[in-house]
Ligand binder design. Sequence first.
Ligand code: ADP
Length: 239
Amino acid sequence: MSTSLEMKNIQKFYGPLHVVKDFDLHIQPGEFVTFLGPSGSGKTTALKMIAGFETPTSGDIFLGTRSIVDLPAYERGIGMVFQNYALFPHMTVAENVAFPLTVRKTPRKDVEEKLAKALQLVKMDQYSSRYPNQLSGGQQQRIALARAIVFNPSILLMDEPLGALDRNLREHMKIEIMRIQKELNMTVVFVTHDQDEALTMSDRIAVINEGRLVQVDDSKGLYSKPKNRFVASFVGESN
Ligand code: ADP
């Protein structure tokens, strides 16, 4: 279930605005890579191009050996978690999590099995008949995570998934996400502007500034050999 991801010379313009510049990045199967950069640096746009919600102006993206830039989002087999959970308010937890399976016309017997497994993985199997507004923020994010992984995606994308949680919950969810990623050996691309999150969770961190990958390295490399002053000061900051 884990797949490599490659971005090859990706450019994205919004009109005259060049927001993603010369992205070349190879992510290994099972690797946890974080896009870290200040607000407006192009992190979300880069993630949306992987997910299929935005089209690169030029360049190519590969999942394993397959080019995905021309595939619609729902055919890419990619799971995604957003900061605001994006759960369907009129659906129960079970219906929310099973939704990607329903869309894919998964046989009923498999739906039950996969649903139970995903809810167990996020420790929410007791909550399947609740509605999102009957859950805490942390619980809603667990459900969003279960929904993103229920169909065995080849890669999981997370856009500031901890941003709406308070400090204690954030610490807890960080550990849970890392546990689940290891348990499933999943390839993850994680977006944050929070240095601490990036440094503690990732195998490698792609530091982004003004649309450009400034340095891609593990936390030790970023600390000991920052490529320039931006990396040194941004990575060294604490919230
Ligand atoms: P980040 O996720 O790092 O905060 P974004 O990828 O959201 O950054 O945005 C990068 C730049 O692209 C910003 O200047 C933003 O205003 C601009 N931008 C993002 N989406 C659009 C859009 N749909 N149309 C025009 N400009 C956009």
